[in-house]
Each structure stands twice: as C-alpha cells, then as structure tokens.
Design a protein around this ligand. Structure first.
Ligand code: GAL
Length: 440
C-alpha cells in the first residue's frame, strides 16, 4: 500500500456548522409556532431544548470542537431574539451572542456568523413575512444592530442561509413555515431575499469595510440520467432554476428564473466569497407527465450508497461539480455545510474523507478554497424531519442532553490536526475506500 498525503494550505479553516433554531432551544419564532401546530413535524416532534445552547451548553460543545482540532465554527444569530417585537431590541440577547462569539475566539475558533437561517421573528411571520414589501428594510435594520455589536469579533458573515431551499420549502412545497404552495408568492419572496441580502451586504460594508460577506448557496448537483438531449435539457433547467438563479442575481443584479427576469441592480457583485453547501447529487430524466415538477423525475444514482433515512446519496463527485461551479465566480470559496445523517456512524467516516478529498482536488488546482464546515457538530433539530436525522459528529441524547462521541470525531480530528488526509488515516478509518482515495 502506498504511503502519501494530501495537504491543505496553511490557515485553512476547519470547523462545523450549526444554526440557532436547531441547537439553541427555548426559541419563540416562526418555527416554534409551526412545531406547536399538529401534523407539521415528523412524529409531532419539537425542537424543545434542542442542544440547550441557550441554556449555556454551547460552552461544552465549543470545548469539544476546539479540543478535537477544529479552528473555526459557523453559528447563526436569531432575529427573533434580537428583535422580539418590531423595533424593540433585546440587548441581553445580543450580549449573550457576544459572549458566545468571544467564547469561540477564546478557544481558537474563528467565527463565521449567519444572520438568517430559516427562522423569522413571530411578528414578522404573522404580518406577511418575506412577502412584505418592506422585508428587505426590516432585515437591514436588524443586521445593522448585530453587526454594530459584533464587528470587533466577526469578520465572516453569511447574510441568508440557502435562499433557494427556503423559498422552495416554505413557499412551493409548503413543508417549512408559512407552509404555502404559491408560485407568485415564491417569486416575490425570492426577489425580496435578494434585495434583503443586497441591503445587508452594503450595510455591513459601511459598518465594517474589511468584512467578508456572502450567502450559503445550496448546490444540489445534477446530471442527466442518459445521453438523451431531453435529459440534458431537464438537468439544465434544474441547474439554472435551483442552483444558478440566486447567486447569479448576486453577480449580475438580475434574478433570472428562466420564465421571468427581475432586475435587482443593488444586488450586483455582492458576494465577497462563495459559501457553498453541498450534500448530494440527483440524476435527472425528462418526463412529459410531470408538468408540476418541471417535466422531470429525479433519483439518486442507482450505484450510490444512500444514507440511513434515504436523504442523501454519497456522491463525492457532486462536490467536485459544486466546486467547479463555485470557481467560475472567481472568488474565494468556503464550504459552509457538508455532511450526512448517519445515526450509527457507519457511512460518515468515508463520506467525510471522500468529500474532503474532492476539496483537496480543487486546492491542488490552486482554486482559492479557504475552509470547510461540517454539518454538524452535535445532532440537532432537523426542521420538518424533527429528530429523526442524526447529522452530528457527536450524537445527542435529547432527553438527557448527553453527548456521545462518534468515530467520525476521530476521523475529523485527524484531518484538522494534520491539515491533510493521509494514507494512514484512510487505512485506519475507512480502508474500504483506500483505492479510491489513494489509487496506486
Ligand atoms: C441544510 C440546512 C441545515 C441542515 C442541513 C441538513 O439545508 O441549511 O440547517 O438542516 O440542511 O439537513
């Protein structure tokens, strides 16, 4: 067996990603209200105490991250806590976040802060949410408060997490609050999210000129199932509508939905880096009968291994496609999420190694890839899927709050500490993929 290693550049960020509603607990926001209504969440589950970060357990989890070689952490701030009523600002909540971020820094974790991660203040949700014409302004006002308070300690900002997923799940599929299935509302919201990002981007730079600002782009890799031109057409349509439209608007100032173009000039050139969330890849086939589904059927590549709740296929080449795509923007790239739900931690070690290996391929091409944030540090509340999916490096016993260290912690720790993937690591943690990662 060969002995070799794939090295990452000095200063590469290795961390995990979390989001407020999913880890904090005791939230009063659009999601907690949604969880209270019957039939919304799998098995009627609720976030409840979540990982009890609002109760202070972020400290022990940051210890875990830092003690296992991580040097960065992505977390989100909850608008619902900062502005619990319109125009009323909760400085104590802001202090709590300030403390959390100082705690990250003290432990050697560079913070990357998300300002909107799927949850809204209740008042916002109940008064029209992102359909409100003034939603971009309201968001900007909140962002200014937060950035003023944290500008000394935070340099990396994600304004909005996955606008494409949020728009799709909340306004087309109806599985996120407010549970609409309304194309007109969806388009309106999508455009408002771009306007809100643009306002936030410019405001952050006014307050903190050296800040680096982006969104977390969810890239769902697609490829045509066969060589048929119709399958290619279907894959292309999906690529453009889902993956390209939003970041395209943040480059050109035009939100191009294929059947509709919306001009948002203030959004032009508003990503300082590309935040990239990648989980899996779909094969796409043209299907005339699926008019409601953009004339296509999608499925995972039949040869790919699928995760324990069937949510993710392990297709590392999809991350390669995502990186190639991101690199076209000619900006630094940060993988802001990547991971798999895997309660018994059987797939995760090889998923981790194979995906980090694809990142190294980009590094080896001298692409400006600056960091990787694994989703997630500890099992947390997975939206409409409740507690059924376990994405953590550490497992969580929701009843007792006990953390259970999974083998993947050792894998990731080895990568973070060595700033590389070595043949010894692969031999130790995932010998079954040795030849894929280190072909002789
Ligand atoms: C992403 C989302 C995260 C997390 C993850 C795994 O789309 O940003 O909050 O839920 O998926 O399902």
């Amino acid at each position: 067996m060969i002995s070799a290693s794939y090295h990452f550049p000095k200063g590469f960020l290795w961390g995990a990603a979390t989001a407020g509603h999913q880890v904090e607990g005791q939230s009063k926001d659009s999601w907690s209200a949604w969880e209270d209504a019957p039939g919304r969440i799998l098995n009627g589950q609720k976030a409840g105490l979540a990982c009890d970060w609002w109760g202070g357990r972020w400290q022990e989890d940051f210890d875990r991250a830092a003690q296992t070689g991580q040097n960065a952490h992505r977390l989100s701030i909850e608008w619902s806590r900062i502005e619990p009523e319109p125009g009323r600002w909760d400085n104590e909540a802001l202090d709590r976040y300030r403390e959390m971020i100082a705690g990250a820094l003290k432990r050697g974790l560079t913070p990357m802060v998300t300002l909107h991660h799927f949850a809204n203040p209740l008042w916002m949700e109940e008064s029209g949410s992102w359909e409100r014409e003034d939603s971009p302004e309201l968001f900007e006002r909140y962002v200014c408060r937060v950035v003023e308070a944290l500008k000394e300690d935070v340099n990396l900002w994600i304004t909005i997490n996955e606008p494409n997923v949020y728009m799709l799940c909340a306004y087309l599929e109806g599985v996120f609050p407010p549970g609409k299935r309304d194309l007109t509302a969806a388009i309106n919201v999508y455009a408002n999210l771009a306007r809100a990002h643009a306002r936030a981007y410019h405001a952050i730079h006014r307050i903190q000129p050296q800040a680096r600002v982006s969104i977390a782009n969810h890239f769902r890799a697609v490829r045509p199932e066969t060589a048929s031109p119709l399958d290619s057409l279907a894959a292309n349509l999906m690529q453009r509508a889902f993956n390209d439209s939003f970041p395209g608007a943040l480059r050109s100032g035009v939100l191009d939905l294929g059947f509709k173009r919306i001009s948002i000039p203030e959004a032009a050139n508003t990503q300082d880096f590309i935040g990239l969330n990648y989980y899996t890849l779909d094969q796409v086939r043209f299907n005339l009968l699926k008019s409601r589904d953009f004339f296509q059927t999608r499925r995972f590549p039949p040869s790919a291994e699928v995760s324990d709740t069937g949510f993710i296929a392990n297709v590392p080449e999809g991350l390669w496609l995502a990186l190639k795509w991101a690199n076209r923007y000619q900006k630094p790239i940060i993988i802001s999420e990547n991971g798999v739900e895997d309660a018994d931690d059987d797939l995760r070690p090889r998923y981790l190694i194979q995906h980090i290996h694809q990142i190294w391929r980009g590094v080896n091409f001298s692409w400006p890839i600056k960091g990787y944030f694994h989703w997630s540090l500890v099992d947390n509340f997975e939206w409409e899927r409740g507690w059924s999916q376990r994405f953590g490096l550490w497992g969580l016993d929701v009843e007792t709050q006990a953390r259970v260290r999974r083998r993947s912690v050792d894998v990731y720790e080895a990568v973070c500490r060595e700033n590389s993937i070595t043949s010894e690591m692969v031999e130790q943690f995932a010998p079954e993929i040795f030849k894929k990662v280190f072909p002789a």
